[in-house]
Design a protein around this ligand. Structure first.
Ligand SMILES: [Zn+2]
Length: 80
């Protein structure tokens, strides 16, 4: 049965969604990167990833390089 998807929370808007509809990331040193099954991960929903204000909030929250961070998110959206 594929209905029993684990539910995870988006760290930006705190909405709960099935894990496979969220984008999974992690912190590697100071950089946010795609989760690679090592370490602690966190999730972002696609609505937040598409929301410029939310993305800018995350850039500040994680002290990311804005250009690199937005590029990463765009790539993930296109892959998903
Ligand atoms: Zn969200």
């Amino acid at each position: 049965m594929k209905n029993s998807q684990p539910i995870r929370m988006c760290i930006s808007c705190r909405s709960r969604q099935p894990q496979n509809s969220l984008i999974r990331l992690k912190l590697s040193g100071e950089d946010v990167v795609v989760y690679n099954s090592l370490g602690r991960s966190f999730y972002l929903c696609k609505d937040c990833v598409k929301n410029e204000k939310k993305v800018k909030g995350l850039v500040k929250r994680f002290k990311q390089d804005e250009e690199r961070f937005i590029k990463l998110l765009k790539e993930l959206l296109n892959n998903g």
